[in-house]
Design a binder for this molecule. Structure first.
Ligand SMILES: Cc1cc2nc3c(=O)[nH]c(=O)nc-3n(C[C@H](O)[C@H](O)[C@H](O)COP(=O)(O)O)c2cc1C
Length: 472
């Protein structure tokens, strides 16, 4: 049946299926069989083709429909007795709007900061507080609580709770559950910076990390106590949600074990200490690709020019300013399995950067800028003796897009050029959408207009498929 289904698919869907199958290391028939298996839970088998068309590339693609990703997952949330406990009310809300089921446990101290009533109302579930509860312990409730969850989250994790966990104490419901569990545990520490840096907490942190406990935060900044600042602020609810999503991510990791070097964003070429030449690149496309590659399990080293967007999740980032700094950083990161060079690197820089701010002198004509060529980072990687197996470049053009892209493919030693039209009218530079063409030696693939995240996911799947087939 599967082979008949595949033959009947339109070309775009077939291509999507091919990439998906390759990314999962399966045949297309196997992929269809698994998809159909997933669909039988809630979809009639009678029209698999139409459902396949609308199916996401990967199950639970968070960005497009975050509600799907945590849907149906059980999270046991242990709330410790710290000021940051109030943020847990928002955390519960965020998790529930993504479809997760949250079962709260409050320590005695936590009840001093938030009430079981508000926690229970937001979680829409019973709140557990007592170890010695006649009602809940008739079937050893603390063991049940610890086993029924997909993940245990401790937020805020107080210095006290961390000490108990590190030393195996189990003298209240929260600590007994944590001792009895065989599920992953994520903690969001929150405490005064001196408590966080105390030698005892440091020892406990090291022990917990060794025991396989996951951490999110703490962040640095102002504390609730006036005049105190430093490391110890609990991670924000959305950061905790992101960490939970990462831990519960069941998607396949076809790029695990692979290292990918990337560039993203513009470069700034100094004129003098206060002025520079820049371009309109926002880094949105490159950063989205880095995140998508990391999602598929790759170790991604991103060299980012100056951008105003946050570093992508799960990616190690080197921040640079100029093309020469970017080139040096990229060279240091080789060898790698693949290189994806997305940055809009300035072609030229000023010939002689002024050491002091160039002053406007009355009566003098405007200074002329003399330019020299910048290093070609893509060509440097494409012709490097440590050349990655796959080299992908980007071509941002305003005219003769395909001719320029083809020329770039040959001149720069790249395997693919992702060509995009950055004319002012397209809104690509700095915008959220992109319509790209993949230019390879075997032809040109035209992708429809889509969000930069979708371009990133598709390209990451294509890279995963290619790395599996390219000879070393
Ligand atoms: C106003 C106030 C705020 C507190 N904030 C924190 C905190 O942010 N982090 C922390 O580790 N302890 C904090 N404590 C101390 C804990 O409440 C105390 O260590 C308690 O025993 C923790 O219990 P638990 O770990 O069982 O929740 C605070 C205490 C008070 C009175």
């Amino acid at each position: 049946m599967a082979s008949i289904t595949i033959r009947n698919l339109d070309d775009a869907t077939k291509e999507k299926l091919r990439l998906r199958a390759a990314a999962h290391g399966r045949s297309m028939e196997e992929e269809v069989r698994l998809l159909l298996g997933e669909m039988t839970h809630d979809v009639a088998l009678s029209s698999p083709v139409s459902h396949l068309r609308s199916a996401p590339l990967f199950k639970g693609e968070g960005k497009k429909n975050p509600a799907q990703f945590l849907a149906g997952r059980d999270i046991l949330l242990i709330i410790g007795g710290g000021i940051a406990a109030y943020k847990c009310l928002d955390l519960i809300r965020r998790l529930r709007e993504r479809g997760a089921h949250v079962r709260p446990v409050l320590t005695k101290a936590a009840e001093e900061f938030v009430t079981p009533l508000s926690v229970g109302a937001l979680a829409a579930d019973k709140v557990f507080t007592e170890l010695f509860s006649r009602e809940d312990e008739h079937d050893i409730g603390h063991i049940r609580l610890s086993r029924e969850a997909d993940l245990i989250v401790v937020a805020p994790a107080t210095a006290d709770l961390m000490a108990k966990m590190a030393n195996g104490l189990a003298n209240d419901l929260a600590s007994a559950v944590l001792m009895a569990t065989d599920k992953p545990v994520l903690i969001a520490p929150a405490m005064n910076p001196r408590m966080w840096n105390h030698p005892a907490t440091r020892r406990n942190r090291a022990t917990l990390a060794k025991d396989g406990i996951w951490f999110v935060g703490p962040n640095s900044g102002e504390m609730a106590e006036s005049g105190e600042s430093g490391a110890g602020r609990m991670a924000e609810p959305l950061e905790i949600v992101a960490a939970i999503e990462k831990l519960l991510d069941r998607r396949p990791k076809p790029l695990s074990g692979k290292t990918i070097v990337m560039t993203s964003g513009p470069t700034h070429e100094p004129i003098d200490p206060v002025r520079y030449i820049a371009n309109r690149s926002s880094g949105k496309q490159g950063h989205a690709i880095a995140a998508a590659l990391a999602q598929l399990g790759a170790t991604v080293h991103l060299v980012s020019g100056p951008v105003t967007i946050p570093d992508p999740e799960g990616v190690s980032v080197v921040h640079v300013e100029s093309a020469r700094e970017m080139r040096d950083a990229v060279e240091q990161l080789l060898p790698a399995d693949a290189a994806v060079m997305v940055a809009a690197v300035a072609d030229w820089r000023t010939a002689n950067e002024a050491g002091e701010k160039i002053k406007k002198q009355p009566g003098e004509t405007a200074p002329a800028l003399q330019m020299v060529e910048n290093p070609d980072i893509l060509a440097g990687v494409g012709h490097n003796k440590q050349r990655p197996r796959l080299v992908v470049g980007f071509a941002a053009e305003t005219q003769d897009l395909l001719a320029n892209a083809r020329k770039k493919l040959d001149n720069k030693g790249a395997d693919w050029i992702v060509a995009n039209d950055v004319s002012h009218t397209t809104g690509v530079m700095g915008g959220d959408r992109n319509a790209v063409r993949i230019v390879t030696r075997s032809g040109i693939e035209e992708w429809p207009d889509m969000s930069k995240e979708e371009v990133a996911e598709r390209l990451a799947a294509r890279i995963a498929a290619a790395l599996r087939t390219i000879e070393v």
